[in-house]
Design a protein around this ligand. Structure first.
Ligand code: 5GP
Ligand code: MG
Length: 180
C-alpha cells in the first residue's frame, strides 16, 4: 500500500483503470454528438480528470472549447450549506451545449447549482461528467450523463482530489486508511 505523508493509502482506482475509463467516457461524449461543445471544469478537484478527459476527447476527434468555474459552499454545517460562485467563466453560453465536469457527484448540490446557473444564462443543454458517483449521499434528484465509477461511501483523495489541499498529486484515487 502506498504511504504518502505518513498515511497509508488504499488504491481504489489505479491510474491505468482511470485512463481506460477516460477513453470510454470520451467515446460516449463523441457518440452523443453535442453541438458547439463548451467544456467547463469545476475547480479545483476536477482539474486532473478534466485535463485527461479533454485529451482523451482529442484522441476521438473532438475539439471543444474549455473553461473553468469555481463554486464554494458556505453557511454553517455541510447539510445546510448554500453555494456561491467564486470564479466565473468568460464565455457566453447562450445556445451552446455545455459539458460540466466535476470530480465527485455526492449530494448533487454543486452540480445542480452550477448547471442551473448555466441554464439560466441560456445554455442549450448542460450535460454532466463526473469521475466518481456516490449515489448514497444524494440530496437532490440529479444524474450524471457520463460517470467514471460508482464509488463507495468513503472519503477519497488523489487524482486532483484533496484532504486539506494535500494528496492531489497522486496518479490514482485512494482512501486514507490511517497512520503508517
Ligand atoms: P456535492 O455533490 O455534495 O455538492 O459535492 C461534491 C463535492 O464534494 C465534490 O466536488 C468534492 O469537491 C467534494 N467531495 C465529496 N466527496 C469527497 C471525497 O470523498 N473526497 C474529496 N476529496 N472530496 C469530496
Ligand atoms: Mg469539488
Amino acid at each position: 500500500m502506498p504511504v504518502i505523508r505518513d498515511q497509508s493509502i488504499e488504491v481504489l482506482y489505479s491510474a491505468e483503470k482511470i485512463a481506460e475509463r477516460n477513453e470510454e467516457i470520451a467515446l460516449s461524449v463523441a457518440k452523443a454528438s453535442y453541438r458547439d461543445l463548451l467544456v467547463v471544469a469545476i475547480l479545483k478537484g476536477s482539474f486532473i480528470f478534466a485535463a485527461d478527459l479533454i485529451r482523451a476527447m482529442h484522441q476521438v476527434g473532438l475539439s471543444p472549447e474549455m473553461e473553468f468555474i469555481s463554486v464554494s459552499s458556505y453557511g454553517a454545517g455541510t447539510q445546510s450549506s448554500e453555494l456561491k460562485l467564486l470564479r466565473n467563466i468568460e464565455t457566453d453560453v447562450t445556445g451552446r451545449d455545455v459539458l460540466l465536469i466535476d470530480d465527485i457527484l455526492e449530494s448533487g448540490k454543486t452540480l445542480a447549482f452550477t448547471r442551473d446557473l448555466l441554464l439560466s444564462r441560456g445554455a442549450n443543454a448542460v450535460l454532466l461528467a463526473v469521475l466518481l458517483d456516490k449515489p448514497f449521499r444524494r440530496q437532490i434528484d440529479i444524474k450524471a450523463d457520463h460517470v467514471g465509477f460508482e464509488c463507495p461511501d468513503v472519503f477519497v483523495v488523489g487524482y486532483g482530489m484533496d484532504k486539506a489541499h494535500a494528496f492531489r498529486e497522486l496518479p490514482f484515487v485512494g482512501k486514507i486508511t490511517g497512520n503508517d
